[in-house]
Design a protein around this ligand. Structure first.
Ligand code: NAP
Length: 344
């Protein structure tokens, strides 16, 4: 292991050739990153091994979170990647503070824990995972409700955000951002923050395009990072409903995939990249990892393809967030401020 060098695989993608999006902080973020949420399907060991494989294929961007429960294993993998000769500055590592660490001092504590687990001195990007302090036991059923759950309370969120800003001041993170935010909540944050969110991680795939929110974010200099870009085909049963649609089976996606000779998943990623997103597909299989990164550098989608995909939006949200609801009688739509008003 001592003399092991991480060499780019023969069929790998040169990391320099992967386009970057420049955040308001000036940092340049690779447009395709590897998601690391193994969910119930893939163990931390499998995901960590995939991180090393991904690095040999040219990945430099990894999307992590404390709640994924695998940061210590990913930290081991990143240490191997760095020991193999990849300098820290070439890596982009994102992590997120989970909903049970929103209290005074907790955000800083959680960030330090992630840094320790990931064996890093700083994170490139640190996100508030959800705008609610509501959490649930691992593997709970889809209709679980925490009796202590609360609605979005802006003053409480700004206390979380002030700790995020402190992390920037202390040099523990290079940029900070949000996740699962709505325009209504973001307007308040933009009004009251000292450091603007550099990015917002949000669910985006061809059947949930969120065009209005996407444009709101980019108009305000906030980079959208799309999660579940392939429609999360391996998500657990508790996150499935009979009404959910399947992006990779959409006739428009299938027709383009057929013409280009790629998997329909790759078309979803090409669309995401061409639209200006940073996208973070999850994969542990080598062929998938490779074709997903290739979508960043080989992107023959035409303006007609982009328009055809723009027309297949079905507003089909997969990660509905129902476990975060704070009182009886609410439905998951109430989490998303659809009429522009923050539900209490
Ligand atoms: N901020 C948030 O609240 C939030 C929420 C959810 C997710 N995320 C992040 O977003 C990442 C991605 O989301 P996700 O894992 O739910 O969904 P996803 O990336 O849409 O789907 C991943 C699955 O798609 C399949 N796949 C991947 N590449 C493929 C390819 N080239 N061809 C065919 N199939 C392919 C794999 O299934 P098989 O393994 O079955 O082959 C893989 O498990 C997560 O890992 C996490 O980092 C963030």
């Amino acid at each position: 292991m001592k003399d092991w060098k991480l060499t780019l695989a023969e069929d790998g993608i040169s990391p320099e050739s992967v386009p970057k999006r420049t955040l308001a902080s000036g940092a340049r973020m690779p447009v395709v990153g590897m998601g690391t949420f193994g969910s119930d399907t893939y163990s931390g060991e499998v995901v960590a091994a995939a991180v090393i494989e991904a690095a040999t294929l040219g990945y430099r961007h990894f999307d992590c979170a404390s709640v994924y429960g695998n940061e210590a294993l990913i930290g081991e993998a990143l240490r191997i990647v760095e020991a193999g000769g990849v300098p820290r500055e070439e890596l982009w590592v994102t992590s997120k503070v989970w909903n049970d660490m929103h209290g005074e001092g907790d955000v800083i504590k959680s960030c330090k824990q992630s840094l320790g687990d990931l064996q890093l001195d700083y994170l490139d990007l640190y996100l508030v995972h959800w705008p609610f302090p509501n959490f649930h036991p691992k593997g709970c059923s889809g209709d679980y409700h925490n009796p202590n759950a609360k609605p979005y309370i802006h003053a409480a969120y700004m206390k979380v955000w002030a700790q995020m800003e402190e992390l920037v001041r202390r040099g523990l993170v290079r940029a900070i951002g949000t996740s699962n935010m709505t325009a209504a909540k973001m307007k308040l944050v933009l009004r009251d923050c000292k450091v603007k969110p550099a990015a917002n991680e949000m669910e985006i795939h061809p059947h949930l395009q969120q065009a209005e929110l996407f444009n709101f974010m980019t108009d305000n200099g906030i980079q959208p990072i799309g999660f579940c870009p392939l429609g999360s085909p391996s998500r657990p049963e508790r996150d499935r409903t009979p009404a959910d649609t399947v992006d990779t089976e959409d006739p428009v996606i299938l027709k383009i995939a057929d013409r280009l000779g790629v998997h329909p998943a790759v078309v979803c990623l090409m669309w995401a990249v061409k639209r200006g997103e940073v996208t973070i597909p999850f994969a542990v299989k080598r062929t998938q990892l490779l074709s997903n990164l290739k979508a960043a550098v080989e992107n023959p989608l035409t303006p007609d393809d982009m328009q055809a995909i723009a027309r297949i939006d079905k507003n089909c949200r997969l990660i509905k967030g129902q476990v975060f609801l704070w009182r009886e009688g609410l439905s998951w739509e109430d989490l998303w401020d659809l009429d522009g008003v923050i539900k209490q």
